[in-house]
Design a protein around this ligand. Sequence first.
Ligand SMILES: CCCCCCCCC/C=C/C(=O)SCCNC(=O)CCNC(=O)[C@H](O)C(C)(C)COP(=O)(O)OP(=O)(O)OC[C@H]1O[C@@H](n2cnc3c(N)ncnc32)[C@H](O)[C@@H]1OP(=O)(O)O
Ligand SMILES: NC(=O)C1=CN([C@@H]2O[C@H](COP(=O)(O)OP(=O)(O)OC[C@H]3O[C@@H](n4cnc5c(N)ncnc54)[C@H](OP(=O)(O)O)[C@@H]3O)[C@@H](O)[C@H]2O)C=CC1
Length: 273
Amino acid sequence: MQSLFAAGLFSDQVALVTGGGSGIGLATARELAYLGARVAICGRKMDKVEAGLAALAADGIPAERMLGGSCDIREPDQVSAFVGQVLERFGRVDVLVNNAGGQFPTPAEGMSPKGWEAVIRNNLNGTFFMTREVATRAMIPAKRGRIVNVTAMVVRGFPGMSHTGAARAGVENLTRSLAVEWATHGIRVNAVAPGNNIRSSGTAQYGEALLEVTRKATPLMRLGTPEEVARVIVFLASDQNDFVTGAVWGVDGGQPLWGDIWSIPDPQAEAKG
Ligand SMILES: CCCCCCCCC/C=C/C(=O)SCCNC(=O)CCNC(=O)[C@H](O)C(C)(C)COP(=O)(O)OP(=O)(O)OC[C@H]1O[C@@H](n2cnc3c(N)ncnc32)[C@H](O)[C@@H]1OP(=O)(O)O
Ligand SMILES: NC(=O)C1=CN([C@@H]2O[C@H](COP(=O)(O)OP(=O)(O)OC[C@H]3O[C@@H](n4cnc5c(N)ncnc54)[C@H](OP(=O)(O)O)[C@@H]3O)[C@@H](O)[C@H]2O)C=CC1
C-alpha cells in the first residue's frame, strides 16, 4: 500500500469506522491502519466485517491493532455495546468515521412509511446514535476528537431517492450543529459527500448501465474510487487539518456543477405525450 500521508500520522490513535467491512469504509480503515491507527470496524453482517479484517491482515496490520464486531447503528443498545467493546480493548476513540449507510431507489409516491423510516433510521438516526455514544463516552471526557460523516451529494436534492436525500441533508446539518456545540470540547466534526459516481461494493447493486449514465454526467468523465474518497476522509480526520470544522467536502468529479445526473420521468413531457 502507498499513502499520500506521512507514515505514523495516526500512531497512538484509535479510529472507529462504521461500515468498515466494505467499500469506502474499508478503504478508510485500511489507510488509517496503514498510518498507524488501531482500527475498529463494524457492520450488520459479520461476513463483511470478517472480510474487512482479512484485508487489513493482508496489508500486514497485526491482529492486536484491529477489532471487528457486528453492530446495527440503528439500534442504540448495539451501538452502546460495540463502543463499550472498543473502549475496553483500546481505551479511547480519537477518530470516528460514520460511513455506514445506504438506501434503495424508489419514486417518492411509491414509498411506504416503513420504507421511508428504514432509510431515515439507517442514515440519520444511526449516525446520531453512534456519534453521541462515542462523544459522551470517549471524546468529550478526553477533550479531543475528530468525527467525519460520510453523506452523499445532495445539494440538488436526490430525485429517485428522496428519503436518503433528506437523511443526508439532516446529517450535513447535524455536522454543522455539532461542530459548534463541541468545539470547546476539542472535537472537530466534518462531512465528506461522495458523488453518485464512486465505483464500490455499494454502487455495484445499481448495475453497470446506471453507473455509465452517472459517469457521463461527471465532468471528469470517469467514476471515482473508494480510495479517493478515503483520502479526503483521512485528511479531515487528521491533526493536519485542525482549523476545518463544520465543513462538507464533495468528492464527486465536479458532478454537482454540471447538467442532469440521471433522468427521471419528466412530467411535462409526459403530459404533452
Ligand atoms: C433513481 C436513482 C438511482 C441512482 C443510483 C446511483 C447513485 C448511487 C448513490 C449512492 C450510493 C450508495 O449509497 S452505495 C451504498 C449502498 N448500500 C446500501 O444501500 C446498503 C444498505 N441499505 C439497506 O440495507 C437498505 O436499503 C435499508 C432499507 C436501508 C435497510 O434495509 P432493511 O433490510 O433493514 O430494511 P427492511 O426492514 O427490510 O425494510 C424496511 C422497509 O424498506 C423497504 N425496502 C427495503 N428495501 C427495498 C427496496 N429495494 N425497494 C423497495 N422497498 C424496499 C421495505 O419494503 C420495507 O418497507 P415495507 O414496504 O413496509 O415492507
Ligand atoms: N459509492 C457511492 O457512489 C456513494 C456512497 N455513499 C455512501 O457512502 C457510504 C459507503 O458506501 P459504499 O462503500 O459505496 O457502499 P457499501 O454498501 O459497501 O457500504 C456500506 C457499509 O455500511 C454497512 N451498513 C449499512 N447499514 C448499516 C447499519 N445499519 N449498521 C451498520 N452498518 C451498516 C454495510 O455493511 P452491512 O450490510 O454488513 O451492515 C457496508 O459495510 C454509505 O453511507 C453510502 O450510502 C454515498 C454516495 C455515493
